[in-house]
Design a protein around this ligand. Structure first.
Ligand SMILES: [Zn+2]
Length: 588
């Protein structure tokens, strides 16, 4: 369903987040400027869940959940974005006119989309078993996939043709536009009224929802070629973050075992099921999300994420797993010492494979172990700093105690000094200058990013300063995509409305990491005595930094040129004077 931006703004303008949240958080009470209560997203005895009536956002200092009213409802009611908007609108008695489509049409499209996918699935499966599919079939058999698995997972093959599926769909008078929308056909680059097959020369893994309806496809290339995996795009029937490959088969085994194992690839899921380990699923070409964990938590009490030995998505997934503290399941992590699950099992057997699964540890143990694994001595301080970041995110003081001790043990450092360093670290809002690490060890990029982050935090908390900032900075030149996007949006908002509505900012960000970043910006206990003064300080220090960069640059050029060049020297002199002037401002 499409909801126009104006409607969303209209709803946000008429909504009081605290009134709606109160229904979900009975303990919510006004305390100072904010409402505070027990968090609905994690278990706690002392309230750390906060609602800001002035900003119209919520944030939990325990589990870091946060956002505007739509995020709150989405999380509580397990709804996607448009449905949360509609939900809030219903509460407020606002009627949403869906301007683009009417509902009966959507229902019909969903049914048709499933039918088209089913048709394609059967066609691809038949092709794999035909003589023309021999090469793909042999490839699967060589990889160790059994005949039975090919059948039961309904694996298929899309031939190397632009019109194989297109012709069959046309002859069945299928809705080709819909087939394009769900990603089976692509528009022709030169003539967009013409279409062609999207999956070509690929092994096809049909992706089912929990009811075994075909909602998407994953296509793996068998020869050289890119991308290695091609997945259906998100569509009216396919939302990646809500789907796990294999769940339609795995869910009853997950329930029986009270445990789910998550692996990274389609073939790994198939390999495990084939070997009789049937409580196994995989996310679809994306990092694990909190909603994946929520879905699994309906079936089990323990989730084990098994990383490949060379996993690329390890950090993103660990992030999601740490957020998972709000989900009422035990989440653990393990990593194979070599290969991927399917290949590992074939080489070493099921028992050895399960031994690794059974040794899974909590994500925080895994993260700390990883930080110090193979860390050279001279980087120990950096290691400690990274471990502190992990420790700081923990919810409970007692946990922090345990992991500080663990950190000291692993790093081979005296526990007391680790504690002292951590105390200093956690007292410092900017999280960078721990004793032992000198600021000049930070790269210049770090300095700039950090300062722009300070600027963003200042602007978020004192929005009137944006009118200076739009004149002083080119936000596009910031070397940090998130900050650049955020500051540009704030500038636009200011230009259009003369003010910044924090709750509306949240709607520009969908990515979990970005949202978390945004939450932290708005909810840090950022307070300064004199915002204007702080603004000038930041301005001057960035200016100074810019001059230093230019001086370095020119010094380098002088060094590289063989003869003395006066123009460089003059430039250098101008810069140095400018620098002195700023320094006197700063200290004056
Ligand atoms: Zn919480």
């Amino acid at each position: 369903m499409y909801i126009p931006k104006e409607t969303i703004d209209y709803i946000l303008d008429r909504c009081n987040i605290q009134d709606i949240v109160k229904n979900y958080v009975p303990s919510l009470k006004l305390k100072g400027n904010n409402y505070v209560g027990l968090c609905p997203f994690h278990k706690e005895k002392t309230p750390s869940f906060t609602v800001s009536a002035s900003k119209q956002i919520f944030y939990c200092f325990g589990c870091h959940a946060g956002g505007n009213i739509f995020s709150f409802i989405g999380k509580n009611e397990n709804l996607d974005y448009p449905s949360s908007v509609k939900f809030v609108a219903d509460i407020l008695g606002i009627k949403i006119e869906d301007s683009s489509k009417d509902f009966s049409l959507i229902d019909k499209n969903i049914a048709d989309a499933h039918r088209i996918n089913d048709f394609a699935k059967r066609l691809y499966a038949k092709y794999l078993l035909s003589s023309s599919g021999k090469k793909a079939y042999n490839y699967l058999i060589e990889r160790g996939v059994s005949k039975e698995s090919i059948e039961s997972f309904e694996i298929g093959f899309a031939p190397d043709s632009w019109e194989f599926l297109l012709n069959k769909l046309s002859s069945k008078k299928a809705n080709l536009k819909l087939a394009e929308e769900i990603g089976l056909l692509s528009p022709n680059q030169k003539n967009s009224s013409k279409k062609h097959d999207k999956f070509r020369n690929r092994i096809i893994f049909p992706i089912m929802d929990i009811n075994s309806k075909t909602i998407a496809f994953g296509g793996r290339i068998i020869d050289e070629g890119n991308p290695k995996y091609l997945n259906s795009p998100e569509s009216l029937i396919f939302k990646k973050r809500n789907v796990l490959y294999g769940l339609n088969k795995a869910h009853k085994h997950i329930r029986e075992n009270k445990r789910a194992i998550i692996v990274e690839g389609y073939l790994d899921v198939i390999g495990c099921h084939q070997a009789g380990i049937e409580n196994v699923v995989a996310p679809l070409g994306t990092a694990l999300s909190e909603s994946h964990l929520k879905i699994l938590s309906r079936y089990c009490t323990e989730i084990i994420y098994l990383f490949d030995s060379d996993s690329a998505g390890i950090n993103a997934s660990l992030k999601a797993l740490s957020i998972a503290e709000n989900v009422s399941v035990d989440v653990k992590v393990a990593q194979l010492p070599e290969l991927d699950p399917f290949a590992y099992m074939q080489k070493y057997g099921i028992r050895d494979f399960m031994r690794i699964v059974d040794c899974a540890v909590k994500p925080v143990d895994f993260r700390i172990d990883r930080i110090f694994a193979n860390l050279p001595k001279e980087k120990m301080m950096e290691g400690l700093l990274n471990a502190f970041k992990v420790v700081k995110d923990l919810q409970h003081e007692s946990e922090r105690e345990i992991y500080l001790k663990k950190t000291a043990d692993i790093a081979g450092v005296d526990e007391l000094s680790v504690r002292k360093d951590y105390a200093r670290f956690s007292a410092n809002k900017h999280l960078t200058a721990v004793s032992g690490v000198k600021p000049d060890e930070l790269t210049k990029d770090d300095f700039k990013k950090r300062t722009f982050r300070d600027l963003a935090a200042l602007l978020c908390n004192y929005p009137h300063l944006i009118q200076n900032a739009v004149l002083d900075y080119d936000f596009n030149s910031i070397n940090d995509d998130f900050l650049s996007k955020l500051l540009n949006i704030m500038a636009d908002m200011y230009k259009n409305n003369d003010k910044i509505a924090v709750n509306k900012l949240f709607d520009f960000f969908k990515d979990d990491l970005e949202l978390e970043y945004l939450n932290r910006l708005f909810n840090s206990d950022f307070k300064v005595e004199d915002p204007n003064k702080t603004y000038s300080e930041i301005y001057l220090s960035l200016k100074l930094h810019g001059i230093d960069e230019k001086i370095d640059e020119i010094a380098k050029r002088i060094k590289n040129s063989n003869h003395d060049d006066n123009t460089y020297l003059i430039e250098l002199d101008v810069l140095r004077r400018e620098k002195e002037k700023i320094l006197t401002y700063q200290h004056g």
